[in-house]
Design a protein around this ligand. Structure first.
Ligand code: IDP
Ligand code: MG
Length: 149
């Protein structure tokens, strides 16, 4: 079963859209296996977004992601990484497909509400940045047999 890291970003918390994001993930049939609220500090922000270091938007992105609390979660399911990315939509909400979180609820390329890991390696790295292994629960998703073959 694949795992991905999802972050409801500071704009999601401030706008009261955490529930909407979690709800969409749950309703899709994905399984939440860890979740917590925290305020990301600068060091963690720079590690999490390290791949973007040097890009013109990097400093602004670090300032944004540390500006208010976030809710981070580990989401599990078959092809969870791709499924969450598809639910999020393109980075720029204007280019995101209708029905995605970003197209439905966001306006700005930075304030785009949600983060989702972009591949298996980054997912493993990002999950380890935010959660200890014992914080990630193993539980039976009883509904799964009605969602998956
Ligand atoms: P992603 O979140 O869709 O994976 P990335 O390219 O990994 O997009 O960028 C990480 C985050 O950095 C974006 O979600 C967005 O908040 C911010 N960002 C990306 N590109 C820009 C930009 O051109 N201007 C401002 N912020 C940006
Ligand atoms: Mg990314």
């Amino acid at each position: 079963m694949e795992r991905t890291l999802v972050i409801a970003k500071p704009d999601a918390v401030q706008r009261g859209l955490v529930g909407e994001i979690v709800s969409r993930i749950e309703r899709r049939g994905l399984k939440l296996v860890a979740m917590k609220m925290l305020q990301i500090d600068e060091a963690l922000a720079r590690r999490h977004y390290g791949v973007h270091e040097g890009k013109p938007f990097f400093e602004s992105l670090v300032a944004f992601i540390t500006s208010a609390p976030v809710v981070v979660m580990v989401v599990e399911g078959p092809r969870a990484i791709e499924t969450v990315r598809a639910m999020m939509g393109a980075t720029d909400p204007l280019k995101a497909a209708p029905g995605t979180i970003r197209a439905d609820l966001a306006m700005d390329v930075q304030h785009n509400l949600v983060h989702g890991s972009d591949g298996p390696e980054t997912a493993a790295q990002e999950i380890a940045l935010f959660f200890r292994e014992e914080e990630i629960l193993t539980w039976t998703h009883d509904v799964a047999r009605w969602v998956l073959q």
